[in-house]
Design a protein around this ligand. Structure first.
Ligand code: PLP
Length: 374
């Protein structure tokens, strides 16, 4: 094995995929309820995405950001039209989108502190890692970027942490990597009000919650709060790497030529794929089905043995177990039941199926889990 051992990989090699099903090198089929960690929201090899990539690859793949392309400009316009945004900075991943957001808010306020919350995950690059208050991820890489203040995601804690020295509050509306923890509306409102009181920016990390995952195109739409900026990646381009920072009216004029950049970002190939992914997901019938199937999945999980409680929104769901072997269960689900899920901690299983999943596939996943847990 010549891959760097940064991941403890499972002994399964996938060779093809279609919809919610992946096939391994021995021809076995697996039901995918993880979607490449919330990336394959339109399913594997959605014909619309495949066709868009094929067509674009035969015409123009890359030109750099010294030029515009119609794919890139029209995608930015589409994201703006579908959100609170005024303009968009493209990049290639979630961590990069958050790096852009961190630079944006520091320049916006010309001062330092960025308030983040316990349980957050914003990525592995230095700025994003410094905003990710998890001892095991941060400690080996000290010293980190200074200027982050960590508080619990509670009304008083956030209100008390925001001051004249605050550049921004950065939050995931639903924390994904630490177990689908929904930040309560009152906490989001407190963050909005505290930022407004001092002129700081409120940034939502929608890298995992965006692109229809929670049953609306963006998770903030189901909260009483509109942020000043949001970061996107994961499902944005149907499986092709792409990230974005969407900037609303308060911060849209902050970046000037030379402030930030990226060679590959927003290239025509990724932009064409993102258009195709949006063609599929920006559809009220599909989003309604995400909400309905999420409810079906949660109700089914609640009936399973060893499930203590279930939480989630749309098709971003976690089950809290009465046992503490969730990582082993996820492994056995893969190897024994051919069901792909993952564990976000010793007692938590997470479910992120493609948004095009069908009711029978939800029921099939529940049967496989029932067999595993019985
Ligand atoms: C909320 C959130 N932000 C940022 C990231 C980092 O994204 P990437 O791995 O594309 O850098 C992730 C990845 O899991 C995430 O869930």
């Amino acid at each position: 094995m010549t891959l760097s051992p940064t991941y403890a990989r499972y002994p399964v090699e996938f060779v093809s995929g279609s919809g919610c099903v992946l096939q391994d090198s021995d021809g076995n089929e697996y039901l995918d309820f993880l979607s490449g960690i919330a990336v394959n929201n339109v399913g594997h090899c959605h014909p619309r995405v495949v066709e868009a990539i094929r067509e674009q690859a035969g015409r123009l793949i890359h030109v750099s950001n010294l030029f515009t392309t119609s794919e890139n400009v029209s995608l930015a316009a589409r994201l703006v039209e579908l959100s609170f945004g005024v303009n968009v900075f493209f990049c290639n991943s979630g961590a990069e989108a958050n790096e852009a957001a961190l630079k944006l808010v520091r320049k916006f306020r010309s001062r330092g502190e960025i308030v983040v919350v316990h349980g957050a995950f914003h990525g592995r690059t230095y700025g994003a890692l410094s905003a990710t208050p998890q001892e095991s991820k941060q400690a080996p890489f000290a010293p980190l970027v200074p200027g982050f203040r960590v508080v619990p995601p509670l009304v008083d804690a956030i209100a008390g942490a925001v001051s004249e020295d605050t550049a921004a509050v950065l939050l995931e509306p639903i924390q994904g990597e630490t177990g689908v923890n929904i930040v309560p509306d009152e906490v989001l409102v407190a963050a909005r009000e505290a930022c407004d009181a001092v002129g700081a920016a409120l940034v939502f990390d929608e890298v995992q919650t965006g692109m229809g995952r929670t049953g609306t195109l963006w998770a903030y739409e189901q909260t009483p709060v509109v942020p000043d900026a949001m970061t996107l990646a994961k499902g944005l381009a149907g499986g092709v790497p792409m990230g974005a920072l969407v900037m609303g009216p308060r911060v849209a004029d902050v970046f000037a030529p030379g402030d930030h950049g990226s060679t590959f970002a927003g290239g025509p190939l990724a932009s064409a794929a993102a258009h195709a992914a949006l063609d599929v997901i920006d559809d009220e019938a599909l989003l309604a089905s995400v909400r309905e199937l999420g409810a079906r999945l949660m109700a089914g999980l609640e009936r399973l043995p060893a499930v203590e409680s279930v939480r989630g929104r749309g098709l971003m769901v976690a089950a809290e177990l009465t046992r503490d072997d969730a990582p082993d269960l996820a492994r056995r689900a893969l190897l024994e039941q051919r069901l792909i899920v993952n564990a976000t901690g010793p007692t938590t299983l997470r479910f992120l199926p493609p948004l095009i999943v069908s009711p029978p596939e939800i029921d099939d996943a529940l049967s496989r889990l029932s067999r595993l847990l019985s």
